[in-house]
Design a binder for this molecule. Sequence first.
Ligand code: PHE
Length: 387
Amino acid sequence: MRGFKLVILSAVVIMAAACTKKKDSADATGGTSAADSEIRIGQFGSMTGGEATFGISTDKGVRLAIDARNAAGGIKGRMIKLITADNQGKPEEAAAVVKKLITQDKVVAVLGEVASTRSLAAAPIAQTYKIPMVSPSSTNPQVTQKGDYIFRVCFIDPFQGAVMAKFTHENLKLKKVAILKDLKSDYSLGLAEYFVKKFTELGGTIVAEQNFQTGDSDFKAQLTQIRSSSPDAIFIPAYYTEVGLIARQARQLGLKAILLGGDGWDSPKLFEIGQAAVQGSYFSNHYTSESTNPATVDFIKRFREKFNETPDGLAAAGYDAAMILIQAIERSSDMSPTAIRDEMAKTADFDGATGKITINKDRNADKDAFIVKVDGKALKFVTLLKP
Ligand code: PHE
């Protein structure tokens, strides 16, 4: 019995040695035999659930970047394999699928998430395993504070909140604003806080502050309270599903205040859910499809050819995140997660679909924000605000 075990053991050792010899020295991706030449990138997102358009749009942008790169020969001759995991819009699932992508699928980096709450849930895992994580569009400042392997290619909410406050006070000349925020969303809480800070600094008044929770569908009690404060505008830092419902119920209650928001409004579903009630609203975003920036125009053209639709901001940010990651992998000496991390940190002047991207020392990007206005089923570009 003992001898038999030994034979098996030595056979395994010999096989392992043979495998090691065959592998080329550049393979530090954790890939196994057949897939040795593939570079595996993980993606986690809300492909289903109340924020499904976030995951679906982001994935399209990511695939546009990766498919184009593979068609052009991959990275140093190696094909990129994208492994996408659905977290159903749940933070605990985000953490679980990122762990699986790292430990089972052996990805060299992960792309995701959109919603800050889910990025915050997953980031500690990526950091623990020292696998670079690149969020296309999470804007809560804490996301990249989770560690030096965590990056984003977008601006953060202290900027976004300030921009919307300034736009409200100076461009729209509205002085009395009510806030309706989502207690379950780190994004919503942060953005509300930064908006209030800047708006009051500018001399504006916050006349009411009400809360709800992700998944709620009846907002009448909060909106009735808000109505009694007679606001000029209601700032709703939330995601499209709730925003659409809130807008309709606000109009049903006779509220005529202008509705304002942030990037979380960006979804083709906003018009479907909110219909007439969201018309004439304004929000800040990462991108505008009306841009004349050549990199954006090129992205939109190629996106339309591939998917037969106009990309939203999520798709643009997903594309930029994937492009920046691909270039970091290409520049890295051995394509190891650590080398990729170091190259990610050096990203400078990348000409993206969402604008010029330089990763700063906090692993965020200092970028312009675009204010858009809901106009029919389109988002009309209004103005651009700089950091
Ligand atoms: N910035 C949002 C967050 O951090 C996510 C988001 C980005 C939503 C872009 C829509 C568009 O939660």
